[in-house]
Design a protein around this ligand. Sequence first.
Ligand SMILES: C[S@@+](CC[C@H](N)C(=O)[O-])C[C@H]1O[C@@H](n2cnc3c(N)ncnc32)[C@H](O)[C@@H]1O
Length: 256
Amino acid sequence: MTEAGLTRSRIAATLSAESHGNRDSLGSRLVADFVHFFAYHFVLARGGHRNVSAAGFRLEVAPTVFDPRIFRVSEFFARFVLALDLRGKRVADVGTGTGILALAAARAGASEVVALDINPAAVRAAEQNAARNHLAERIVAVQSDLLAALPPRPTFDVIISDPPPFPGEPRDMADRAWHAGPGYRDVVNLFAQAKSRLVPGGVMYLSLSHHSDLKLLGKLIADGGFQSRLAAEHSIWIDRLLLFELRQAAANEQPA
Ligand SMILES: C[S@@+](CC[C@H](N)C(=O)[O-])C[C@H]1O[C@@H](n2cnc3c(N)ncnc32)[C@H](O)[C@@H]1O
């Protein structure tokens, strides 16, 4: 079944359930380190501009920018976003890379999309790729540490994010697409910032890997005031891509 065919209603699992037997295990850490060795040396750290197609978009991938043609999570997430009804919605894409998810949100009908990244090369790429795909009128790219560069208002209906999925110190800017710092230091504030910038009833979509530290991330998500459920998943080779839907927890369900 394609990822688009995995309906959100069909899948009901929580981050805590998903965390069983994942990165806590030595096996998962070894898999993540093994894949990172090749991903870093042969993809993330390589130079030169490339032109790729993914999820129906023509994209230029600049050096240090996450390549959506090689890393399947981008296309999986983009196709999920394309299937949403975002007509008239304001959307933020945190960690935009080439801008592929921002483009998908605009094509799904969003009236305004703010594409954010810490990497200035990604911000330029997102801007250029928006123009190249004739969606520049509805996408603005901003260099920002998570959502920190944005004013608290106006708020968003939907926030999407494909953050660096693994803990550990990044080697350089390119590696910030992969490693989020020890204990997910670089994304720790994502959930509280997202919650304060979502309209009441707003929703966040977050992609992670089965080899992410889901236990720790589950705690960060709950501390940020969200409840999560698995919305879609996709198996590739030795990984399982997980897409979570996060909604603001009711007051009596917030952590003390
Ligand atoms: C896994 S890549 C995803 C890129 C793109 N969304 C995609 O799906 O192809 C993660 C992105 O998050 C960005 N990033 C990492 N830490 C960040 C932070 N603190 N604030 C904003 N962006 C960040 C990286 O530069 C990278 O572009």
